[in-house]
Design a protein around this ligand. Structure first.
Ligand code: SF4
Ligand code: SF4
Length: 367
């Protein structure tokens, strides 16, 4: 059976309807369920799943996209790097239009800085090898899903002695960010739909504190409509049975132990550091700093840049959107001053940002 056939079963309208009915029949206790993965945000929006929930269930979107949660200060720093003579900044396409405090990488490129889109960190390394006269900096953004590939490229740069390559690492790790959300009195999440891709790397163990310390159910789910509905059903079942566990619905993609080889690679190249999350603030231990052994490939050790004090984007409520406190169309700029063509904040830039997902799928109430 091909992957397409496999996914097809997870899009079956009959199975989806059966699960919607089962959720409605089971759910008595009101609960706010938050997804913390941009791909889930899109799946829920695209398939109109929010509207299919009974009144007892509110689906909230959380800080699911690494582009969106990148703090202004980190973008401002990348911009300062791009302004250095002889430096080429490389990054994924989504990062280009994300506004920092006073500019964006796209605007810097328009002003003549050498900023280039790459499709993988390996492309950035290859660029450094083909253009030895340039200093190539890769802006490393992403959760546990993408960080191992960047770790592999840093190790390869070291093995091959590519002296003109470095990484501005602003990766983030998910589990402790969930703790910050749970501890936030404004958020009040009752259950979590956990990210499928991140969990292929970290497994189930890092989420167990949600149940053991906070009594909050969580389920790792996949990305097709039936996956998400199955995850919601498992969460509702826990809630109605008075249980709190960390469970896996996405068994075809995630094992409880995750991917130990990828984690070993991460651990070889990176060490935990504090990270600044847009809308949430600094969360201890949720960043990945390049270890001393690979310090030569750390852009911030190689170059001294001091961006101005960061400032918020006027009128943009991305911070509250990312904490699930407001919905995108609660922002007065939504679909007016702020659209995917002319984004004001990062949640409208990234294809998996909440504002962009809500904008694209009208079932979310855009009038
Ligand atoms: S938009 Fe999607 S692909 Fe791009 S960084 Fe966010 S989650 Fe990853
Ligand atoms: S609609 Fe635009 S301005 Fe408003 S929160 Fe979303 S990204 Fe920010």
């Amino acid at each position: 059976m091909s992957d397409g056939d496999l996914s097809g079963g997870f899009r079956d309208p009959e199975v989806a309807k059966h699960l919607v009915d089962a959720i409605a029949a089971l759910s008595k206790i009101p609960v706010k369920i938050m997804e913390v993965c941009g791909t889930h945000t899109v799946a829920i929006a695209k398939n109109g799943l929010r509207a299919l929930m009974p009144e007892t269930i509110t689906l909230l979107s959380g800080p699911g996209c690494p582009v969106c949660v990148t703090a202004n200060r980190d973008i401002d720093t990348a911009i300062e790097l791009a302004r250095l003579p002889g430096v080429t900044v490389t990054t994924f396409g989504d990062m280009m239009k994300v506004p920092g405090s006073y500019s964006s990488l796209a605007r810097e490129k328009g002003d003549g800085r050498d900023v280039r889109i790459v499709y993988s960190p390996l492309d950035a390394l290859a660029l450094a090898q083909t253009e030895p006269d340039r200093q190539v900096v890769f802006l490393g953004v992403g959760f546990e899903t993408t960080a191992p590939a960047i770790a592999a490229v840093i190790r390869r740069a070291a093995e091959e002695g590519v002296a003109n390559f470095s990484v501005h690492a602003v990766h983030k790790t998910v589990p402790e960010a969930l703790r910050a959300l749970v501890n936030d009195p404004d958020v009040r999440v009752g259950a979590f739909i956990l990210p499928g891709h991140v969990s292929t790397i970290i497994g189930l163990e890092p989420y167990r504190f949600l149940a053991s310390e906070y009594g909050i159910p969580s389920v790792i789910t996949g990305f097709e409509p039936v996956d998400v509905l199955q995850g919601v059903y498992m969460l509702v079942k826990q809630i109605e049975e008075g249980r709190a566990d960390a469970e896996i619905a996405y068994t075809r993609g995630v094992t409880p132990e995750g991917n130990p080889a990828a984690r070993a690679l991460l651990d070889e190249v990176f060490e935990p550091c504090d990270a600044d999350w847009r809308g949430i603030g600094v969360i201890p231990g949720t960043g990945l700093a390049i270890r001393e052994k690979y310090a030569a490939f750390d852009a911030l050790r190689r170059y001294e840049v001091t961006p101005p004090e960061p400032k918020d984007i006027p009128g943009c409520q991305c911070g509250d959107v990312l904490r699930g406190i407001v919905l995108p169309f609660d922002c007065r700029l939504f679909a007016k001053a702020c659209t995917p063509e002319h984004p004001v904040g990062p949640c409208m830039v990234s294809s998996e940002g909440s504002c962009a997902a809500y904008y694209r799928f009208t079932d979310y109430g855009r009038s």
